[in-house]
Design a protein around this ligand. Structure first.
Ligand SMILES: *Cc1c(COP(=O)(O)O)cnc(C)c1O
Length: 380
């Protein structure tokens, strides 16, 4: 009986870094600086340096990073604690729930615009059409899905032209870049998640906001901690959304290997794509070498055979996941509180075709080949 292959192998990742992580945790226990302790500050500085941005602040999750970034923009642009529901923010329906949820939490209404099937990300030409026809759009939330960059030059040109903001949902793309600049530093703000399964993952929830704008950074710092420069004197309706000291200590260790592990992901992706390129019935991800950090390796499975392939792999002990089976505009929440630009047919089609394979950075060559072989067995 062969062993099961999971999407990720977090126990092995821990074993690979155990001595350093254990001593980082032990130091926290010694010091007892739990709330915004020195590790949080050190991680913020290390991330700002790594990303090449002026300001970075740790928050309690990727969702908080998005909500706080958007609310800081509402304060900076409108002088209000929240956007109004008439304010629309363009985003993709082909993303995790939290992207749209954060827009709603900031007071605005999501305007879903369809994706380009080669990148799985917002189609800039449709964003342009939406901006020409829909009034009261205040910004764009660009999601770098599966670690693959959006076409940022086009989205930024549009946002400048229409005088709206662009926030990057970089939850799936830590370490990725667009034309030499790190993702999350191209728009007004970048929101990162340290959820355990992300490319830079902690041992629980965590997130980070990156911004080159000192005013936004200051506002975000206030919103992270009860809405004032001091906790005991609030200017805005804040939250308790601080990054935990333990998480920061662990992430400081993992930050040192994030590039190496992203390269391992790219290497696995290269092996997969090499094997799947010529297979009828499959479309491997179109990302060129290195323009994705492969948070997920996602195939399109044609001819309605996606679910059958997933079931077959499961029988062979190989886990795979559909990200995402329900586009946001099909969820009851967003049917009540979101708006759509056009029919969003591409997102709907992708939700029936996509299947993500294991892409654990420490996946062995042998296991990678076993996955390839089983996919081929199914298709033949
Ligand atoms: C994971 C994720 C989030 C939310 O991050 P959390 O840390 O889980 O709150 C937001 N957007 C996308 C695209 C994600 O993948």
């Amino acid at each position: 009986m062969q062993k099961n292959i999971q999407m990720l192998d977090l126990p092995s990742e821990y074993q690979a870094l155990k001595p350093e992580i254990d001593s980082a945790i032990a130091r926290c226990l010694q010091d007892q600086h739990w709330i915004l302790g020195p590790e949080v500050k050190a991680l913020e500085e290390a991330c700002a340096h790594y990303l090449g941005t002026k300001n970075s602040l740790g928050v309690s999750s990727g969702t908080s990073a998005l909500v706080i970034s958007l609310r800081a923009l509402a304060i900076a642009k409108k002088g209000k604690d929240f956007f109004d529901s008439e304010d629309k923010i363009i985003t993709t329906p082909f993303t995790f729930t939290a992207t749209g949820g954060a827009i709603l939490q900031s007071g605005a209404t999501p305007l879903f615009v369809d994706i380009d099937p080669t990148t799985f990300n917002l189609d800039p030409s449709l964003v342009e059409q939406a901006l020409q026809t829909v009034p009261s759009v205040v910004g764009i939330v660009a999601v770098h899905l599966y670690g693959q960059s959006c076409e940022m030059d086009k989205l930024l040109t549009l946002s400048r032209k229409h005088n709206i903001f662009c926030v990057e949902d970089t939850a799936q793309a830590f370490g990725g870049a667009w034309q030499g600049k790190k993702l999350g530093t191209l728009g007004e703000a970048g929101a990162f998640s340290f959820f355990p399964s992300k490319n830079l993952g902690g041992f629980g929830d965590g997130g980070l906001i990156a911004t080159g704008d000192a005013e936004l950074a200051e506002l975000a710092r206030m919103l992270r901690q009860h809405g004032g420069k001091e906790k005991t004197n609030a200017d805005y309706l804040g939250d308790n959304a601080r990054l935990d000291t333990f998480q920061a200590a662990i992430l400081l260790v993992k930050l040192k290997v994030v590039d190496e592990w992203n390269r391992k992901r790219q290497k696995i992706a290269e092996r997969y794509t090499h094997a799947f390129r010529e297979m009828p019935g499959l479309i491997p991800p179109q990302a060129q070498k290195n323009d994705s950090v492969f948070h997920q390796y996602t195939l399109r499975v044609m001819d309605g055979r996606r679910d059958a392939l997933q079931a077959y792999l499961k029988e062979q002990g190989i886990h795979s996941v559909v990200y995402y089976p329900v586009p946001l505009h099909r969820m009851r929440l967003f049917q009540r509180m979101g708006t759509c630009f056009g029919k969003l047919e591409c997102s709907e089609q992708m939700s029936t075709e996509v299947l993500s394979l294991p892409i654990e950075p420490l996946l062995s060559e042998e296991d990678t080949l076993r996955i390839v072989k089983e996919v081929q067995n199914f298709l033949n």
